[in-house]
Ligand binder design. Structure first.
Ligand code: 5MM
Length: 346
């Protein structure tokens, strides 16, 4: 057992506080730059820092957000006035988290499949981030559905990586967010997505068990069971929520304190509606908290409005807060379509 066990249990509990979720803002520079390019924002260190300051200094964000996942560049940065982002978060009551994987690379011998890297030197990196104030971490594995994928080799290698990462995190005092993402891209049906997600989660929890990972000191960040974006039949909100919960009940041990979904390219409204349906209809059957750890589905309106212009910061923060609030409602099962219509005023 980790010497940090009591601290890990209380951190995980705080991350899963009622009515709150986790903000993913751990885009690597490549991904952040891609999002900036789509908005014609210059892809500079200065702009990335300014944008992350906009997010972390958003008034009242901690009413809905328990913690935020940072990227290595971001956790070392400060506000324009010189206060470190970690301090800003601690003061606001948000737990700092850190992305630990170094990205999904091509899996040798397996066309169109990925393996997430980052295990080399991980123990030392964890110690450094803990010293800096991080209290949880994230590692994302990517599973692709295609005609011949995923292979057993891909699922197994990624599950092993997630488990090794999670064990090292718990040893070093960070609550591991375990993120096996089954990609939404493809023509697959929701039934096929169910099959792949169930198999992946079984394999992930088998490896977590083998590596002695304590289930009560981790958070699962899965994708939803959903139709592929290119599938001609798109499942309804009810189907997505029902199949997702069925899949999780069949695979996730009750000792896990919480499940925080990624949005994975779903629209903002759909991400909220799916999460809401799960909580509104199935809360009493779920042994874990069911909430969000979205990036795009929370940040997008704010990023678009900001556009790299300092005059837009206040309204962009209101837009960010609005999506955090709507997803907080969804995590309690009280979100409605009507809430989307309310104008956001500066
Ligand atoms: C799947 O991506 C995670 C959740 O984001 P969405 O809600 O937008 O799907 C997210 O934390 C992701 O891991 C980062 O944004 C991207 O990281 P990389 O390492 O790909 O830049």
């Amino acid at each position: 057992m980790s010497k940090y066990a009591p601290e890990l249990i209380s951190t995980a509990k705080a991350m899963m506080a009622e009515g709150k979720g986790i903000l993913a803002m751990d885009e690597s520079n490549g991904t952040c730059n891609k999002r900036f390019e789509q908005q014609d924002i210059a892809t500079t260190v200065k702009n990335r820092r300014t944008y992350r300051e906009l997010i972390l200094t958003c008034p009242n964000l901690s009413d809905y957000i328990s913690g935020a996942i940072l990227y290595d560049e971001t956790i070392r940065q400060s506000t324009k006035s010189g206060v470190s982002f970690v301090k800003v978060m601690q003061k606001a009551g948000m737990i700092p988290g850190i992305k630990l994987d170094t990205g999904a690379k091509n899996l040798a011998g397996h066309k169109d499949e990925k393996i997430t890297e980052g295990l080399d030197g991980l123990r030392d990196r964890i110690a450094e981030y803990y010293q800096m104030g991080a209290r949880f971490a994230k590692w994302r594995a990517v599973i692709t559905i295609g005609e011949a994928t995923p292979s057993d080799a891909c699922i197994e290698a990624n599950a092993y990586g997630l488990a090794r990462y999670a064990a090292l995190c718990q040893e070093g005092g960070l609550v591991p967010i375990v993120e096996p993402e089954v990609l939404i891209d493809g023509k697959h049906t929701i039934e096929r997505c169910y099959e792949v997600t169930e198999k992946t989660l079984h394999e992930v929890f088998r490896h977590l068990y083998v590596q002695n990972v304590a289930y009560d000191q981790m958070i699962l960040k899965p994708s939803m069971v959903i139709s592929g974006t290119g599938c001609s039949t798109q499942a309804s909100v009810e189907q997505v929520a029902t199949e997702t919960i069925r899949c999780l009940l069949n695979t996730v041990p009750p000792a896990v304190p919480g499940i925080a979904f990624l949005s994975g390219g779903q629209s903002q409204e759909r991400s909220s509606a799916h999460l809401n349906y799960m909580n509104a209809k199935f809360k009493s059957q779920c042994p874990w908290r069911v909430t969000f750890s979205y990036a795009r589905a929370i940040q997008q309106p704010a990023l678009e409005h900001w556009g790299g212009n300092s005059a837009n910061v206040a309204k962009a923060q209101k837009l960010l807060l609005q999506r955090a609030k709507l997803n907080s409602a969804a995590s309690k099962g009280t979100y409605t379509q009507k809430m989307e219509k309310k104008p956001v005023l500066v």
